[in-house]
Design a protein around this ligand. Structure first.
Ligand code: ARG
Length: 357
């Protein structure tokens, strides 16, 4: 029985939010069709009991349809009480110069991404191979406009077998090693159980601008992962670059799925709101014991509203010299501009802690 299995997880893995908030009466009150739909949303957290969230939306309207249940997971994860309303505002209120914290931060690796999903396709977990290919083709038409625009230029590369944009496996691995392209998602048990990595590598690809500072991933955890990156020190510039570029692609007729309360719809409830993850790489050798222990930093970072991960992405260790990836944890009920300020302030506080002692 589904409920029994979930109650077992509730006891063994109290951190699993899917299980923590599961309500058998609510589930049993749904029609068989909706029960089947909700099961697909939570199956990742059932088969991966160590999940933190344990759920991925399968369709943009899942957050409305299953609101009485999913709202609890969302509020718990994001720490939100009271009225939910997501307002977009990219104003970071002036210059955020990392070099003003310390001269040695003047060539920092900065990256800001947003997850976006189109309202006219199922979310990645519920897409068929045909959907994935049709979606990729619809994006190729948009990328042609970017490529023709001298502000962007660049190219589109595809992993879809037989695509006219297809690259070799070696070229793909090279792009992954350079942190430009995403990894083979089918190795991720959370994503694969949810169906998000199904049909790999069909419909997967990447647009990259001529200056390599603007990238759009196609067919990862969200339909689109849109990001700006740069090595330098002016954080606000990277945010502005992303904002202007997003406006440009939206003007090509893309309609991003959005909800009044939860903001931009993302596959994972952890990304709702801005859909944004803004990060920078910073060397904290003392706080991480020269990179051997990133976990040491986590409680410290948490107090400051920051998340830390290894320099190689989610679930990786710190890089040489204790380089970690630092990002504000808040995504929902926070504006894009506030995230920019939080990242700057967070870097400043972490830097000060590193210098102490
Ligand atoms: N599904 C995983 C869990 O519930 C990952 C959640 C956050 N990470 C992500 N890439 N969405 O623990």
């Amino acid at each position: 029985m589904l409920s029994e299995q979930i109650f077992r997880i509730q006891h063994q893995h109290p951190e699993n939010l899917m299980a923590r908030h599961f309500d058998a009466a609510y589930f049993n009150g749904l029609s068989p069709e909706l029960q089947a739909r909700l099961t697909r949303v939570i199956i990742t957290g059932m088969q991966n009991p160590d999940s933190q969230m344990g759920a991925y939306a399968m369709n943009p309207d899942d957050y409305d349809l299953f609101q009485p249940y999913l709202d609890k997971l969302i509020r718990d994860y994001h720490g939100i009480e009271g009225e939910l309303k997501q307002i977009s505002n990219w104003d970071s209120d002036g210059t955020l110069d990392l070099a003003s914290i310390d001269e040695s931060l003047s060539n920092s690796s900065m990256r800001v991404r947003v997850g976006r999903n189109l309202s006219n396709f199922p979310l990645p977990g519920a897409m068929t191979r045909d959907h994935r290919i049709a979606f990729e083709n619809s994006m190729i038409a948009v990328f042609k406009k970017l490529i023709a625009n001298p502000d962007f230029g660049g190219s589109y590369i595809s992993l879809t077998p037989g695509s006219s944009h297809e690259i070799s496996h070696e070229q793909y691995l090279q792009l992954v090693a350079e942190h430009k392209m995403f990894k083979d998602m089918s190795a991720d048990p959370y994503l694969s159980v949810a169906g998000i990595s199904s049909d790999w590598p069909y419909g997967r690809g990447m647009y990259i601008s001529a200056d390599e500072q603007f990238i759009i991933w196609v067919g990862e955890e969200d339909h689109l992962r849109i990001m700006a990156m740069k090595c330098g020190c002016l954080l606000n510039e990277v945010f502005d670059h992303l904002h202007v570029s997003l406006d440009f692609i939206e003007a090509q007729g893309l309609v991003f799925a959005r909800s009044e309360a939860y903001g931009y719809v993302t596959s994972c409830p952890t990304n709702l709101g801005t859909g944004m993850r803004a990060s920078l790489h910073i060397a904290l050798p003392r706080l991480t014991q020269n990179g051997s222990n990133v976990d040491l930093l986590k409680p410290v970072a948490k107090k400051l509203g920051l998340s830390v991960r290894g320099a190689g992405g989610e679930h990786t260790a710190a890089g040489a010299g204790g380089i970690v990836d630092l990002s504000p944890s808040a995504r929902l009920m926070v504006s894009e501009g506030e995230i920019a300020r939080k990242l700057y302030q967070g870097a400043k506080q972490m830097w000060a802690l590193e210098q102490q002692g």
